[in-house]
Each structure stands twice: as C-alpha cells, then as structure tokens.
Design a protein around this ligand. Structure first.
Ligand code: TYD
Length: 203
C-alpha cells in the first residue's frame, strides 16, 4: 500500500523542526516506518543545490532562485519521496511546494499562479496528504530564533509578515489539505494540536 506524505511549513523560528522530530518518534513508536526529509536538500544532488541557495554570496536573480528550488524538488520527488511512498513509508518532509508559494510568491512578490504551475511540473503532480502550517506571530518568531536572529533580520520583519499571511491564505485556499496550528504556544501544547491532525488521518 502506498504510504502517506506529510509536509510541514512555516516561517523560520516557528518551531517546526522540533515538532517534526516529536511526530517521527510518535509514529515510529506506533510501528510505522518513516522517512524524514527536507527541502531544499533532501537528495544528494539537492544538497549541492541547497549549498548554492543558502550560501552563494553573489546576487541570485529571483527567477533563478525559484528554479533552483524547483530543480531540487524535482530530484527529491523522483529519487527520494516517490520510492519511499511506494515502499509504504510515511514521508515527513520539512518544507515542500508551499514554501515556494509563500517565500518566492507572497513574500518576494513573484507571480503566484506561475509558481503553482512550476510546482506541479516539478512534483509531477504529487500533493501531500496533509500539510501542517505552523502559524507564528512575527514577534514570537524573532524571540525564538535568538542568536540566529541575523538571518531573520536579513530578510526583514515585513518579509516575515507577508510570509505568514501567505501561509494563512494558502490554508484558506486548500482547507482539505492544509491545516494550521497555533505555534505561539508551548512545545507540548503545539504538539497536542499536531498529534490530533495525525489522529484524524488515522495515524
Ligand atoms: P533552512 O535552514 O532549512 O530553514 P528552516 O529550518 O526554517 O526550514 O533553510 C531553508 C530556507 O529556504 C528557508 O528560509 C526557506 C527557504 N525556502 C524558500 O524560500 N523556498 C522554497 O521553496 C523552500 C523549500 C525553502
């Protein structure tokens, strides 16, 4: 039987990485085989693309940046995600197609319809069974990123606000697939909300 594909989305500092680890432990405890992966960088080639995306020190054109995320995604879907789903695994993915819509579209201002079309090409139409969006107030995120503050501040507070608003709009557009959790609460309180979503999926 085909496995399940679950993606996790949210602004930097939303605490999603902590929650993904907890969910993985919960599922494995129940006997499910899981694959934890991420974008950018979930495949070997993708890790090289990730290096460029996060550390290239020259100017990267917005469209070039978008297409690098898409190239990473195409390789990831074909060589990592699809094979794992075919083996019946639960694939937990830290960021996926919605990140491109939220970051490059809502926050950076590229055309959203065009990004969605590119996503559908890059993913060959593979959509998650569930997407969990961690909704966090910009102020709380800034406190949380602490010494990583520079990264968030590099993009600016306004960028962060647009991003969060973008995720909420996506959740409104695709209410069946995208569920939001209030990420301003404590780790345990956020986890309880996430666990309920998994229980609703029958996991
Ligand atoms: P990462 O260090 O993995 O951040 P996080 O732990 O917050 O996921 O860096 C990934 C960065 O790439 C993050 O700032 C979001 C950004 N990104 C995009 O802008 N577009 C995309 O399509 C994806 C997948 C990520």
């Amino acid at each position: 039987m085909r496995g399940k594909f679950i993606t996790f989305e949210g602004a930097d500092g939303s605490g999603k990485t902590t929650q993904i680890e907890k969910v993985k432990a919960y599922l494995e405890n129940k006997g499910y085989e899981c694959l934890l992966t991420r974008e950018p960088g979930g495949s070997n080639l993708g890790n090289k693309i990730r290096e460029i995306l996060l550390h290239y020190d020259g100017k990267v054109d917005d469209l070039c940046e978008l297409l690098l995320y898409m190239a990473d995604r195409a390789q990831h879907v074909k060589t990592v995600i699809m094979p794992a789903l075919e083996e019946g695994k639960i694939v937990l993915c830290d960021r996926y197609a919605d990140s491109s819509v939220a970051y490059q579209g809502y926050a950076r201002g590229l055309d959203i319809e065009r990004i969605m079309k590119l996503n559908s090409i890059a993913t060959d139409g593979l959509e998650p069974d569930l997407t969990v969006v961690f909704d966090i107030k910009t102020e709380t995120a800034i406190q949380r990123v602490g010494n990583e503050k520079d990264r968030l501040e590099q993009e600016g507070i306004d960028f962060h606000r647009k991003l969060c608003k973008g995720y909420l709009e996506l959740a409104k557009k695709f209410p069946q697939r995208i569920k939001t959790v209030d990420a301003n609460l404590s780790v345990d309180e956020v986890y309880n909300q996430v666990k309920t979503l998994f229980e609703n999926l029958g996991l």
